[in-house]
Write a protein of this length. Structure first.
Length: 119
């Protein structure tokens, strides 16, 4: 279990999203880029699934400054097994809709877990 001191360093919102969603998040001030590191991945139709998986693993396992990871639900579907295995509290992984793909709560890993706990 993570201590409060360890989680105090978690201050960033990271994203794995399409260009429109990422642009909106960056305009809202969520972007952070340092030499060799950034807290977002813009995914297009030609982005390999391996790149998405590697970025997801980096944000949730290697970086200690990410508090929340936002991922477009249609992109989350491409790495669904990996997302379903993720159970840590921090960073919180939230699936969000995109302009082209509406949100479906039946596909959301977090919503599935909540339904199991409530039922």
């Amino acid at each position: 279990m993570s201590s409060a001191k360890e989680n105090a360093a978690r201050v960033l919102i990271a994203s794995i999203a399409d260009e429109d969603t990422t642009t909106g998040l960056l305009l809202a001030g969520t972007g952070q880029k340092t030499s060799g590191s950034q807290n977002f991945l813009i995914v297009s139709g030609s982005t390999p699934v391996e790149t998405i998986e590697k970025t997801f693993d980096n944000f949730v396992n290697e970086r200690d400054d990410v508090a929340i990871l936002l991922i477009n639900q249609h992109i989350a579907e491409q790495i669904r097994p990996r997302l379903d295995q993720y159970t840590k509290a921090f960073p919180a992984v939230l699936e969000i809709p995109s302009k082209e793909h509406p949100y479906d709560p039946d596909k959301d890993s977090v919503m599935k877990r909540v339904q199991v706990c409530v039922c």
